[in-house]
Design a protein around this ligand. Sequence first.
Ligand SMILES: [Zn+2]
Length: 341
Amino acid sequence: MNAFTEWGRHDRPATFSFYMTAHRCKSRPDLAWSAVNLADKLTIAGPKGPAAADRLRASGFDSPILFDGTGYDSRQDLPRPDVWVDRQRRAEAACHHLPGIFLPWDKDCSEAFVGVVQEQGRIAGDLGATMLLAIDARWIGKRTDVVVDTLRSADQAVALVLAHRADPLSVGGAVSGLRRIASQVEQLSVFRSDHGAIGALAYGADHASIGLTTTTRHFATAQMRPSRRPGTDSRIFVSTLFDWFLVSDIAGWTAAGSDVVCDLQCCDGRSLGRFIDPDLDANWHNMNALADVADYVLNAEVIDRRSLFIEECQNATLRYGLAGFKGPENPKPQLTEWVFS
Ligand SMILES: [Zn+2]
């Protein structure tokens, strides 16, 4: 934890965590430890989350842990809500979430959506737990009113996971929808997200849980046919461009004469193109770069957070397509939406 994080913590009730699968916590416990050096909490995903937490606890890990059971994924098998909540309680979760349910898009009717949220709200109320809803991103983008009204009337803490085949916040209207939801729905968390969740924090969400791999930055059902690139080309978060890029692309910019460096403690001014070396692990850089943005927003006064976040996005968009810069010419839709929506 850096000094800046420490002094800011007293007046920052909103928090962020890194989002890791139970499998990853088991195979790379060092990453879980790194995560809580930089973030407030650790979110562990999957039905085996409590077992992974027990292993970490046994090695002295005493930071707050949240669980995303991923029950919204039909490929996962979770116990009944009361049993799952009890498992989280035994694993000393910071707060307890329902197993999770998926809300598919329906362009004609919102009755099923409303009914499911109401039912989840009742179960959450009975168990003293937080709802966990994976929502097709079109609800956020095209039916924001329905989402806001339904969540407000359920009157329960809620964690949202946005579902899309690639980037949920690239859906038309999704960024402005998320802004409205974050500012109008109380006790909101955004789980399994990319850096867009920091925007939700800036607009009033209580918690953002950020993934470090492509599959932990959003949810995709099997029907959504998520795109998977072959190979092991890692993605790097580039703070100055406020987005993720393939390391092969970054190395290409370097080769063309546009080196991208990171000035944070993780890299100390070195080139991000160096991660093309498969022996180098980019996770520490990615965590530092994301934590730096989250801290920048959360250490500000609540009233200033929105403008600071949008200013970061604006500054980033200005760096695209600069004369002489051999990097990307245009920002991706999400970044443009944050600036112009
Ligand atoms: Zn770095």
